[in-house]
Design a protein around this ligand. Structure first.
Ligand SMILES: C[S@@+](CC[C@H](N)C(=O)[O-])C[C@H]1O[C@@H](n2cnc3c(N)ncnc32)[C@H](O)[C@@H]1O
Length: 148
């Protein structure tokens, strides 16, 4: 399956009958923010700690005429200062929950979900213990790549 097929399958799980307000936490440059915006009635806000990523997301949304349904804000997913409680139908942290962990993430975010809202999380994770050198090298390169 390529990325587009995976994304289409993930989107097929969204209930698109009502108006949905969603948050993409740790959105990066919005790789996974734009497609939901194009497929839901409602809006999605991306949040990332790196301002350059948010500028890129907002520029993409503007170019695609999606500024009413996709937007980005700079901030920390550990402290969601811009959002009101019980606002979101979906919280969608793709490839980002590892930055704060599976315990802290839901604890910080659950208050921002509306009744019957939920978080959909996808993230490659390393379990505790020893790993082969090749695996350690892969992940340390992947992590340092984020800071560039
Ligand atoms: C692996 S990238 C995933 C980006 C995007 N969700 C995607 O799937 O293409 C993880 C992102 O989480 C962001 N991030 C990490 N810790 C964060 C935090 N505490 N608050 C906000 N963003 C954070 C990083 O800046 C990075 O853009």
């Amino acid at each position: 399956m390529d990325n587009e097929q995976i994304q289409a399958e993930a989107l097929s799980f969204l209930d698109t009958r009502g108006i949905l307000r969603a948050a993409d936490l740790g959105c990066g440059a919005g790789g996974q923010t734009i497609a939901p915006a194009q497929n839901i009635r409602g809006s999605i806000v991306g949040l990332d700690q790196i301002p350059g990523f948010i500028d890129e997301l907002n520029a993409k949304a503007l170019n695609l005429g999606l500024q009413g349904s996709a937007s980005g804000v700079v901030g920390s997913m550990e402290n969601l200062p811009f959002f009101e409680k019980e606002t979101f139908g979906r919280i969608w942290p793709e490839g980002a929950i590892d930055a704060i962990g599976f315990e802290k993430g839901p604890a910080h975010w659950s208050g921002f979900l509306k009744m019957n809202g939920y978080a959909a999380v996808a993230c490659p994770c390393r379990l505790a213990g020893e790993h082969p050198d090749e695996v350690e090298r892969f992940w340390s390169n992947a992590d340092s790549g984020l800071e560039r």
